[in-house]
Design a protein around this ligand. Sequence first.
Ligand SMILES: C[S@@+](CC[C@H](N)C(=O)[O-])C[C@H]1O[C@@H](n2cnc3c(N)ncnc32)[C@H](O)[C@@H]1O
Length: 224
Amino acid sequence: MKPWETLDTAQVPDVGDVTLARRGEEYVLRVRGQTLMSSRMHGSEEALAEAGCADLVSRGTGRVLVGGLGFGYTVRAVLDRVGPGVRVTVAELLSAVVAWNKGPWLSPLARAPLEDPRVSVVESDVARLMAKNPTAFDVILLDVDNGPSALTHPDNQGLYGLDGLNNAARALRSGGTLGVWSAGPSPIFQGRLEKAGFTVKVLQPHAHGNKGPRHALFIAKRQR
Ligand SMILES: C[S@@+](CC[C@H](N)C(=O)[O-])C[C@H]1O[C@@H](n2cnc3c(N)ncnc32)[C@H](O)[C@@H]1O
């Protein structure tokens, strides 16, 4: 098997070392040595966009917030489903990830979603962006960590707590949808979503097509 080749490393305050590595055709993003995203499997990242944006498909306009960028598969899947009048904001905590997505290594993976005129990228914690934009979004898709357990940033734990979910609910328009990616099911997290006023559906797509482990997607509707 070919060895991993480190392509670039960024030292990020409060986060540590963030590395982009490649082995053959596969790319991985690592935070402090732990894999946060791999290009090998991205079916559930795309399923998050499909389920989260279902209500927007037949509408010509709307606003979607995607946090974070990763390798851009979720953003690409949103763009492939929604119309030309929909605007997509991507909140990404790590500026290195944004730069890598604009460069030759990562931009081809999801067909350069950042070049789409409907997309704007904000280098920010998605929690801050939600707090600053009340009732702004029809859909919010969160895939920032390995689910409701923080890896990238200690503050991410707060995103999945009741305060974080109330923050997301406030950033949504009435009847809007919050979609949350998770490595696995979590009845506790589902209960917390319901406590924050959401009606919740849980999907369990495979990581890749009909193969790989099953991840969990929480598709939560804010009541009108
Ligand atoms: C698992 S990856 C996302 C994968 C993405 N869904 C895709 O399709 O490629 C997680 C991303 O979220 C970013 N991130 C982590 N915490 C964040 C936060 N609080 N706000 C915004 N982005 C964050 C990470 O830097 C990383 O780029």
